[in-house]
Write a protein that binds this ligand. Structure first.
Ligand code: NAD
Ligand code: MG
Length: 382
C-alpha cells in the first residue's frame, strides 16, 4: 500500500488523482489532503477518503468543514505555514504536488527534505528553483516523477535507456485555442475564448498558459531540469490532436514516443504507481478515429512566450523565477480583463529585462526575486 499526500486536492489535477486512487483501494491510500478555497469539495473529499489530516488555507466556511469532519477522525489544520505538515506528514510515502504556481514551491521543497517521493504536477517548482530542487532531491534520495503529460511521456520513453544516448527530446504542444488565429485577431481575443482549450480541461492558469504557449515555455525549463538535458537538445513541435504526448530521439536515430488519449489520469496514475503499471478502466484508444496525426512548427511571432523561456534558460540564475512571477501576475490580470491577451508575453519580457538578476540564487534570493518581479509586473499593468 502506498500512502499519498495531495497538495491541492480540490484542483483539476487533485480531483483527477483522487479518481485514480478510487480505482485502486488495495494499492493507493490517501492520508493527507490540502485545499484552498473550495471548502465544499474538500468536505466531500474528506467524507469519501477519510484522510488522517486535512489542511485548508482560507478561513471562510471553516465551521462547515469542522462540523463535517467531526465524526471522521480527520485532523484539521489551517494557516499558510501549516501547509508544510501535509507535505511532510510522517505516514505518507509520496506527495502529489498539485498546487498551482509559486505557492507550490516551499511545500514541495519541504516534502523533499522529509524524504518523500514527489509526483510533480506543479511545474513552477522546477521553473523557479530547478537547480536547487534537483540537488535537494539527489541529496535526500528522493524520486521526482513527472505528472505533466509531456514529461511523463519522456520519462516513460527513457525507462531502460541511457541519457548519454539522447540526441534530442521533442515536446509536443497542442497549440491551444489560437493555433490558427492570426496576429491581428489575437490582439482582441476574450477571456472566454482563451479558456476554451480544444483538448484538455485544466485549471484556469495553465489553460491561459496553453493559449499563450507560455505553458510550453515553462515545460521546456521543466524538462531541462528533470532530464538534465541542454536546451539545444529540446525542441517543441505543435501537434493539434494531443495524442503523441512527447518523443525522444536517440543517437542511433531511433525515436520513441508515448501515445494515448488526452487524459491526465494516465500520467497521474503512472506517477502514483511507478515503477509499476496497473490495469484501469479508462477509454480505449482508437487508431481509426485518429487516422491522421499532424505536426507543425510553432509560430514565434504569435507565440513569443516560447522564445522568452529559452532566453530565460540561457540567462540562468533567477531569470526563470522572474518570468514565472511576471507570468502569474499577467495571467491573473488578463483573467480579470485588466490587460489584453498579447500583453501577457510583453509584460513577462519587460519584467525579465528590468528585475534584478542574481547568478546563483538561494531559496531566500528566489523568494525576493518573486516579490520584486510581481511588483514590476503589477506596475507595468497599471
Ligand atoms: P487548479 O487551479 O485546478 O488547482 C489548483 C489547486 O491548488 C487547488 O486545489 C487550489 O485549492 C490549490 N491552491 C491554489 N492556490 C493555492 C495557495 N496559494 N495555497 C494553497 N493551495 C492553493 O490547477 P491545476 O490545473 O490542477 O494545476 C495544478 C498544477 O499542475 C499547476 O502547476 C499546473 O501547471 C500543473 N499541471 C496541470 C495539468 C492539468 O491538466 N490541469 C496538466 C499538467 C500540469
Ligand atoms: Mg503539459
Amino acid at each position: 500500500m502506498k500512502h499519498i499526500s495531495i497538495l491541492g486536492s480540490t484542483g483539476s489535477i487533485g480531483t483527477q488523482a483522487l479518481d485514480v486512487i478510487r480505482q485502486f483501494p488495495g494499492k493507493l491510500k490517501v492520508v493527507a489532503l490540502s485545499g484552498h478555497t473550495n471548502i465544499n469539495l474538500l468536505i466531500e473529499q474528506v467524507r469519501e477518503f477519510k484522510p488522517e489530516i486535512v489542511h485548508v488555507s482560507e478561513d471562510k466556511n471553516l465551521e462547515d468543514l469542522k462540523n463535517a469532519i467531526k465524526t471522521s477522525g480527520t485532523k484539521l489544520i489551517t494557516g499558510k505555514e501549516e501547509l508544510i505538515n501535509i507535505a511532510t506528514y510522517p505516514k505518507s510515502d509520496m506527495v502529489l504536488s498539485a498546487i498551482v504556481g509559486f505557492a507550490g514551491l516551499i511545500p514541495t521543497i519541504e516534502a523533499i527534505k522529509a524524504g518523500k517521493d514527489i509526483a510533480l504536477a506543479n511545474k513552477e517548482t522546477l521553473v523557479v528553483a530547478g537547480d536547487l530542487v534537483m540537488d535537494l532531491a539527489a541529496k535526500h534520495n528522493v524520486n521526482i516523477i513527472p505528472v505533466d503529460s509531456e514529461h511523463s511521456a519522456i520519462f516513460q520513453c527513457m525507462q531502460g535507456e541511457d541519457y548519454d544516448m539522447v540526441r534530442r527530446i521533442i515536446l509536443t504542444a497542442s497549440g491551444g485555442p489560437f493555433r490558427t488565429t492570426d496576429l491581428k485577431k489575437l490582439q482582441k481575443v476574450s477571456v472566454k475564448d482563451a479558456l476554451n482549450h480544444p483538448n484538455w480541461s485544466m485549471g484556469n492558469k495553465i489553460t491561459i498558459d496553453s493559449a499563450t504557449m507560455m505553458n510550453k515555455g515553462l515545460e521546456v525549463i521543466e524538462a531541462y531540469h528533470l532530464f538534465k538535458i541542454p536546451p539545444f537538445k529540446i525542441e517543441v513541435i505543435v501537434h493539434p490532436e494531443s495524442i503523441v504526448h512527447s518523443l525522444v530521439e536517440f543517437k542511433d536515430r531511433s525515436i520513441k514516443a508515448q501515445l494515448g488519449l488526452p487524459d491526465m489520469r494516465v500520467p497521474i496514475q503512472y506517477a502514483l504507481t511507478y515503477p509499476d503499471r496497473a490495469k484501469n478502466t479508462f477509454e480505449e484508444f482508437s487508431f481509426t478515429k485518429y487516422a491522421a496525426l499532424h505536426f507543425e512548427q510553432p509560430d514565434i511571432k504569435r507565440f513569443p512566450a516560447l522564445d522568452i523561456a529559452f532566453e530565460a534558460i540561457r540567462r540562468g540564475g533567477n531569470t526563470p523565477c522572474i518570468i514565472n512571477a511576471a507570468n502569474e501576475i499577467a495571467v491573473n490580470a488578463f483573467l480579470k480583463e485588466k490587460i489584453r491577451f498579447m500583453q501577457i508575453p510583453k509584460i513577462v519580457e519587460e519584467t525579465m529585462e528590468s528585475a534584478t538578476p542574481c547568478v546563483n540564487p538561494s531559496i531566500n534570493d528566489l523568494l525576493e526575486t518573486d516579490i520584486e518581479s510581481r511588483k514590476i509586473a503589477e506596475e507595468l499593468i497599471k
